[in-house]
Ligand binder design. Structure first.
Ligand code: SAM
Length: 232
C-alpha cells in the first residue's frame, strides 16, 4: 500500500469506525442491515456515545448476530472478555431478557465505570470485574469453572495466547465467539506494514483453532469478522 493510499485508508477507517460501520461490508449494505431491526433505545444511545467519544464497541451488525446466537443457545452462564462500555454485554442481556448470569471483564477502570452506569440504567445485573482477562481466566481454570457461552472482544494480538485457555473454559456443546478476527480484511490479503505483527498473530490464531480436535470453528464475515468455536 503506497503512502497516499495508506493515509486515505486510515481516514476512511476512522470515519467508518466511529460511525459504527463495518469495513468489510459495503456501507449501503451495512446501513440497510443495521437499520432493518429497531434496537433498544439504550443500545442506540450507547452507539452515539461511542461515536462521539471515540470508544470502540462491537459493530451493530455483529451485535445483532451475537443476540441471535444467544437466543438460540439460551446459555446459563456467559463469560465476556472486553466489556468496554458494555454495549455487547447489554446486547446479550436484552436478547436473553436479562435471564442469564454474565461475568464481564475489562482491564480499563474508566470504561468499566461507564459500563456500570449503562448497565444500571438497563435494570439488569452483571458481575463486572476490572482486571486483566488473563488473570481472571487463569483463576477460573484453577477453580475448574466452565461456561456455555464466551464472548471475547479484547486485543486481537492476544487471541493466540488466550485461545487454549478459552477452550478449556468451554463446557461440552459450549460456544465461544471472538470479534475482529478479519481485522478490516487484513488477514485475507494486503495489510499496512505497521499491522504486520498483529495480522500475523491473528493468522496463527485462526490456523490453531482450525486444527484443534474436539472443536469446530467458523469465520462469519460480519462486523469486523466473528469467529465461532463450538465444543463438540
Ligand atoms: C473493543 S473494546 C470492547 C467493546 C465492548 N465489547 C463493547 O461492545 O462495548 C476492547 C476492550 O478490551 C479491553 N481489553 C483489552 N485487553 C484486555 C485484557 N487482556 N484484559 C481485560 N480487558 C482487556 C480494553 O480495555 C477494551 O475496553
Amino acid at each position: 500500500m503506497g503512502i497516499r493510499s495508506k493515509k486515505n485508508h486510515k481516514a476512511s477507517y476512522l470515519k467508518e469506525r466511529w460511525h459504527n460501520r463495518s469495513e468489510i461490508t459495503p456501507p449501503y449494505i451495512e446501513d440497510f442491515t443495521s437499520q432493518f431491526n429497531e434496537r433498544e433505545p439504550l443500545l442506540k444511545e450507547m452507539e452515539s456515545f461511542a461515536s462521539v467519544n471515540k470508544v470502540p464497541i462491537l459493530l451493530p451488525s455483529a451485535a445483532r448476530l451475537l443476540q441471535v446466537m444467544c437466543r438460540l443457545k439460551q446459555p446459563e452462564e456467559i463469560l465476556e472478555i472486553g466489556t468496554g462500555i458494555g454495549y455487547s454485554t447489554l446486547s446479550m442481556l436484552f436478547a436473553l431478557n436479562g435471564k442469564t448470569r454474565i461475568t464481564s471483564v475489562d482491564a480499563n477502570a474508566e470504561r468499566i465505570q461507564i459500563a456500570e452506569k449503562f448497565i444500571k440504567r438497563s435494570g439488569f445485573s452483571v458481575n463486572l470485574i476490572c482486571n486483566d482477562g488473563f488473570d481472571v481466566i487463569r483463576s477460573f481454570i484453577a477453580e475448574g469453572k466452565q461456561f456455555d457461552f464466551i464472548f471475547v472482544d479484547s486485543v486481537k494480538s492476544e487471541y493466540p495466547f488466550m485461545n487454549f485457555k478459552i477452550q478449556a473454559l468451554l463446557k461440552k456443546k459450549g460456544v465461544a465467539i471472538f470479534d475482529n478476527v478479519l481485522f478490516r480484511g487484513y488477514v485475507c490479503g494486503n495489510y499496512p506494514e505497521k499491522y504486520r505483527r498483529s495480522t500475523n498473530l491473528l493468522k496463527i490464531f485462526l490456523n490453531h483453532v482450525k486444527e484443534y480436535p474436539g472443536f469446530t470453528a467458523s469465520i462469519i464475515p460480519v462486523g469486523d469478522g466473528l469467529l465461532v468455536i463450538e465444543r463438540k
